[in-house]
Design a protein around this ligand. Structure first.
Ligand code: BT5
Length: 328
């Protein structure tokens, strides 16, 4: 695991960015950050590995020529207006899985709203042991630590909130008709552009914490997906035809999700149901839901106040809290 970017490297990158018009000597950089000159030397090496183009001239020092498109925590913070989500940000170049790290941090007491971001995941995960393809620099691979004071059976509603926030954010930024596909997908033109993975630590009647993992394909071209995903996955760029700023997408998403989340903690999904219905791709469609070995067929009628799917079957209504849905 690479070091967090809230580190000497990140401080150095900020300093070089602010002074990009001039050279700064190792001594000066070391003094301004408060570290030994050797640490500056090492950090410069690391920044170059991160694709920062840094010029060095004997007797003058270092000057930044070009910064890569990275989700540095300082960059995110500069643009973020939310109050809870993203209060603490840990940003990494490469992680196994942001959810995995978030879970560990939450077990050790990390606070509500802590955001983990990775430019690349090597073991990004989906539900039920499936994997999530997370190549470098093209997407948002993030996890949020949430500590809602709600009983565990209400937690699936959080997945709907996150999906709704994502669909609305994509819609706001691009005008594209983004949809939520219950329980955890975000779709553009019928293909998966994002997925939500909720992981819970709970007792019978109370949640310790929830990790909300969100993956969004942002700037992928068709050739950036492996063959096995090319028929089912898409990116915002592929549907919109333009590159999207990952920082803008991330900060807008966090602000929207925060609004929905704070409301959800007080009142559940009740007041969002109209919006959920509007953004849902399943309602009034004939569906099959796979629940372990059981298959339920019927018409998707509603998403209830707990985020469960209500299906009208020939034998009456069924309310399902999780499952795999196929539209017939
Ligand atoms: C999901 O699972 O859709 C939840 C994905 C959550 C990913 C985020 S990224 C940040 C955080 N850290 C993590 O480790 N995970 C979360 P599921 O419904 O099980 O869908 C997984 C299936 O989607 C796979 O089996 C593939 O078929 C497909 N898939 C994998 N990668 C994809 C991608 N990048 N885009 C679209 N579909 C993908």
């Amino acid at each position: 695991m690479k070091r967090s970017m809230q580190s000497t490297e990140e401080e150095l990158a900020e300093l070089l960015q602010k002074n990009h018009h001039t050279f700064l000597s190792t001594k000066e950089l070391a003094e301004r950050i408060g570290v030994h000159p050797y640490v500056v030397y090492q950090a410069i090496k690391e920044l170059r590995r991160w694709d920062f183009k840094i010029l060095s001239e004997k007797g003058k020092g270092y000057r930044l020529m070009e910064s890569p498109d990275l989700l540095l925590s300082s960059e995110i913070k500069k643009n973020l207006k939310s109050e809870v989500l993203g209060k603490e940000i840990l940003s990494y170049r490469t992680l196994g899985s942001t959810n995995q790290l978030a879970f560990r941090l939450a077990e050790n007491g990390a606070s509500e709203g802590t955001l983990i971001v990775a430019d690349k995941q090597t073991r990004g995960r989906g539900r039920m042991g499936r994997s999530w393809y997370s190549p470098p620099k093209l997407g948002l691979w993030i996890s949020l630590i949430l500590r809602p004071d709600i009983p565990p059976f209400k937690a699936p509603g959080l997945s709907i909130c996150a999906g709704l926030a994502l669909a609305q954010t994509i819609n706001d930024l691009t005008g594209l008709d983004a949809k939520i596909k219950w329980p955890n997908d975000c779709l553009l033109n019928g293909r998966k552009v994002g997925g939500i993975l909720l992981e819970l630590s709970a007792e019978l009647d109370r949640i310790n914490f929830v990790i909300a993992g969100i993956g969004v394909n942002v700037n992928h071209r068709p050739s950036d997906f492996p063959k096995r995903l090319s028929a089912i996955a898409t990116s915002i760029r592929m549907e919109w035809g333009k590159e999207v700023s990952r920082i803008n997408l991330l900060t807008s998403f966090l602000e929207r999700f925060e609004n929905l989340y704070l409301y959800f903690k007080k009142k559940g999904l009740t007041s969002q149901r109209q919006l959920i219905r509007k953004f849902s791709s399943l309602l009034n469609r004939k569906v099959t839901v796979k629940l372990g070995k059981e298959k339920i067929e019927g018409k998707a009628e509603d998403i209830d106040e707990y985020g469960s799917l209500v299906i009208k079957t020939t034998r009456g209504r069924r309310v399902v809290t999780a499952g795999e849905v196929t539209v017939m």
